[in-house]
Write a protein of this length. Structure first.
Length: 156
């Protein structure tokens, strides 16, 4: 597993937040340029001097209001895409956090996030809505069940 950030990529920490009913929290994002909607995990850029797991915990607090430990780096993804007409290149690490609290109270919500929802595994698998990353339906069951790959899975 390559631990370094690819040249030119923005480091991003993502959190797979799972509640006591084995549901995954996803945030509904909307492209300002075209209104395209899709579901994503809480996430954000790693700041200077910050580790990925520190960024994951900070972003989780900002986007949900929940101050939780994050652990188990389970997935890695390099994601290159266009966001509102701008080219983006991200190197992402996904961490797991668990909670009994389901109430979400964002402290610093990103402007493109318009809603949130707790999803069951069957809802994720049967949904016709876009959920990122696209392979989440095939890989999230192991994470929800507490079965983590070592080393983390690289989405490539």
């Amino acid at each position: 597993m390559k631990d370094s950030i690819p040249d030119g990529s923005r480091p991003v920490a993502r959190v797979l937040l799972i509640d006591s009913h084995k549901r995954l929290l996803l945030l509904l994002a909307v492209h300002a340029s075209d209104g395209h909607k899709f579901w994503v995990t809480p996430s954000g850029g790693v700041e200077a001097g910050e580790s990925f797991d520190e960024a994951a915990r900070r972003e989780l607090l900002e986007e949900t209001g929940l101050d939780l430990d994050v652990d188990h780096w389970v997935w890695t993804r390099r994601h290159v895409y266009i966001w509102n007409g701008r080219w983006c290149d991200q190197y992402e690490r996904f961490f797991v956090a668990r909670t009994v609290e389901r109430r979400i109270r964002p402290q610093k919500q990103d402007g493109y996030v318009v809603s949130h929802r707790w999803w069951t595994l069957s809802e994720i698998r049967s949904s016709m809505e876009e959920i990122a990353p696209r392979r989440i339906a095939e890989l999230i069951a192991n994470v929800i069940g507490g079965n983590y790959h070592d080393p983390p899975i690289d989405f490539k």
